[in-house]
Design a protein around this ligand. Structure first.
Ligand code: ADP
Ligand code: MG
Length: 624
């Protein structure tokens, strides 16, 4: 008896559907793409329960006649290509001809009403009903020109898939993101997305994509945009990028389109980031909407069943062209007035950390003194820092005339390795009197070097600050004093997707100290924030926190989530790596850390400090 058998068509369809239709947003994507391909000028999208119960997409495109609509649900049925040669010149969003058949195999019912344009006024449209993947009914009906297609109970017969769906709100957020990303690039089409009676997103067809960008990214972002343009034989690049002064903590707002298709492309996102390399700090990203029109023969869009990835024939060349195009515009900006010091600092930030060799320490100590003349003026002077050793001083004189030498560049990276001999004898701030800790300085803008009772102590300033902040927040949360009212409320602009998420998260955010109220359109007013010092008092940082929260997906009322959120606040509110500390900062940090219940680890469990004992030192130096 043979073991191998051919699968039933229905099974084949379900397997194929697994690749293309992952969640409700995949269905919306396929339908919206079909509507765009059909030349629609208006696309209406309705969902309920985040698309799990119902997805309905209606367009005013070319419609289908009776024979076509029946065929459309066959596997590999497409009007967009006719043979393998066409794969080289795909100009439509669809071409695989499997969306409709796949969707109908994983939904309880699909209903289509469609009508083509006709000169005959008596012509009717066609209605088609599919249940359990089988056509039940085809009939003549009256309906407007275009296509409306409706899917009910997605994955009703695929429990494994259903299990992985997120909350209705999260699914709606994904759908909102998708619709907005298509609306930006297809500005000549009006889009509306609604759920129940509520319009989640609406854009009116216009001549350029400015309006849509404004609606989605908000007015601050839109104001910061500058147009870019470049052209070569096979490629034309257009779009807009944000000024270097408008940054985000994630690359989410770098949107790349290839021939009208939103795509994920690491190389193109990197190309955008590269243009800002020396202009914005590390860890920050610009905003950008980039549309690449590429000769289809230079492109493979058939890499991924959902077509969210593409392969470029000349990827590097293209990336370079994009970086150049953006960089050119940024440079021509009048307000790109960086002082040479700022430029040097920015450049240094992109240098990777390197191993510290003992021989660098001397020159670095002098350099950091040399490049930061203002440093000595602050409060640390009073703590006896100014009495450097003679050796270091002469070193400083020796190197100060040179231009930025290699060792100086390296040296500037090691912040403040101050001469150990001139340290204050004891901390001015009262620590536990029984413990003797001497702060020696900060290195690499990240670690505090301390002589402790058990040897050499290195404290990770960010981990330590996080621990301190976290325990403070825990206390405040317990006593219900987490909120800190802002004297001047902050204005926040949220994208349609974020607005969807906020509705779900707001009660929880309230409990966690945020008061965020709608202010009309995209605008929201932030009246209070969690009390984590001044770190959360900017629209950008609040935005970042919200993004992190929304990325968690579902709101949960469990204590663990609250704790996670406190950790998040603690992280956001804390001194970062790369931040230069004064003596006072270091001392306060150390004092507060030692006062913590659990001073040895950060809230995520990483160590806040390591101790190298005298014995270990002796071993390192071969004394034993
Ligand atoms: P593909 O888009 O890859 O061709 P689909 O399964 O998505 O495959 O659709 C099959 C065919 O049905 C399309 O090629 C198109 O001819 C037709 N079709 C689907 N949706 C629409 C629509 N909204 N308007 C007009 N024709 C449509
Ligand atoms: Mg399609």
């Amino acid at each position: 008896m043979t073991k191998i058998r051919l699968l039933e068509p229905d099974t084949v369809n379900k397997i194929a559907a697994g690749e293309v239709i992952e969640r409700p947003v995949s269905v919306v994507k396929e339908f919206v793409e079909n509507s765009i391909d059909a030349g629609a000028s208006k696309i209406l999208i309705e969902v309920s329960e985040g698309g799990k119960r119902l997805i309905r997409v209606a367009d005013d495109g070319c419609g289908m006649d009776r024979e076509d609509v029946v065929l459309a649900f066959e596997k590999h049925a497409t009007s967009k290509i006719s043979g393998v040669d066409d794969l080289d010149r795909i100009a439509t969003l669809g071409f695989r001809g499997e969306a409709l058949s796949s969707i109908s195999s994983v939904a309880r019912s699909v209903e289509v009403r469609t009508k083509t344009k006709s000169v005959d006024p008596t012509s009717t449209g066609t209605g088609l009903t599919i249940e359990d993947g089988k056509i039940q009914d085809v009939s003549d009906i009256g309906c407007p020109v275009g296509t409306a297609i409706e899917v009910r109970d997605l994955f009703y017969n695929v429990p494994a898939r259903r299990k992985y769906l997120k909350s209705a709100r999260s699914e709606l957020a994904k759908i909102t993101d998708l619709v907005t990303s298509y609306a930006i690039i297809n500005y000549q089409i009006s889009f509306e997305l609604f759920t129940g009676k509520k319009t989640v997103f609406k854009s009116l067809r216009s001549e350029s994509w400015d309006n849509c960008v404004l609606r989605i990214l908000g007015s601050d972002a839109a104001r910061s945009l500058i147009p870019i343009e470049a052209r070569s034989e096979n490629v034309s690049i257009s779009g807009a990028v944000g000024k270097h002064t408008f940054t985000r903590s994630s690359p989410d707002w770098i949107m790349i389109y290839v021939n009208g298709r939103p795509v994920r492309s690491k190389s193109m996102v990197r190309a955008v980031n590269d243009a800002y390399r020396t202009l914005i700090p590390r860890g920050k990203h610009p905003i950008a909407v980039i549309s690449l029109q590429i000769d289809p023969s230079q492109l493979d869009v058939n890499v991924h069943p959902a077509k969210t990835e593409v392969r470029f024939l000349r990827e590097e060349e293209l990336a370079e062209m994009l970086t150049e195009a953006i960089y050119r515009e940024l440079l021509s900006l009048k307000d790109t007035e960086f002082s040479s010091k700022q430029m040097a600092a920015l450049q240094l930030q992109v240098v990777e950390p390197y191993e510290v060799e003992p021989c660098n320490i001397k020159s670095s100590a002098t350099t950091s003194q040399g490049v930061e003349p203002g440093q000595g003026q602050d409060s640390d002077r009073g703590m006896g820092v100014e009495s450097h050793s003679a050796e270091v001083r002469s070193d400083k004189i020796a190197t100060s005339h040179n231009a930025l030498s290699e060792s100086e560049k390296l040296g500037a990276k090691i912040q403040k390795i101050l001469p150990f001999t001139s340290m204050p004898e004891r901390l001015e701030i009262d620590l536990d009197a029984s413990i003797d800790f001497r702060v020696m300085g900060q290195i690499l803008k990240l670690y505090i070097v301390i002589e402790g009772p058990d040897g050499l102590v290195l404290v990770d300033q960010h981990a330590a600050a996080e621990r301190i902040e976290y325990e403070k927040l825990q206390k405040k949360h317990r006593s219900g004093t987490l909120a800190q009212e802002l004297i001047v409320p902050l204005n926040l602009e949220l994208s349609p997707r974020e607005q969807v998420m906020l509705e779900d998260w707001n009660p929880f955010l309230n409990e966690m100290g945020f008061e965020i109220v709608p202010f009309g359109g995209n605008a929201y007013n932030v009246r209070s924030v969690p009390a984590v010092g001044s770190k959360l008092e900017s629209s950008e940082s609040i935005h970042d926190v919200l993004k992190d929260l929304f990325d968690l997906g579902k709101v949960s009322t469990e204590a663990t989530t609250r704790d996670d959120v406190l950790k998040l606040f603690a992280c956001r509110g804390s001194i970062k790596a790369g931040h230069e500390l004064t003596w006072k900062d270091m001392q306060v940090l150390l004092r507060d850390l030692l006062a913590c219940q659990n001073p040895k680890t950060c809230p995520h469990g990483r160590p806040t400090m390591v101790t190298i004992s005298p014995l270990q030192l002796e071993k390192i130096f071969g004394r034993r």
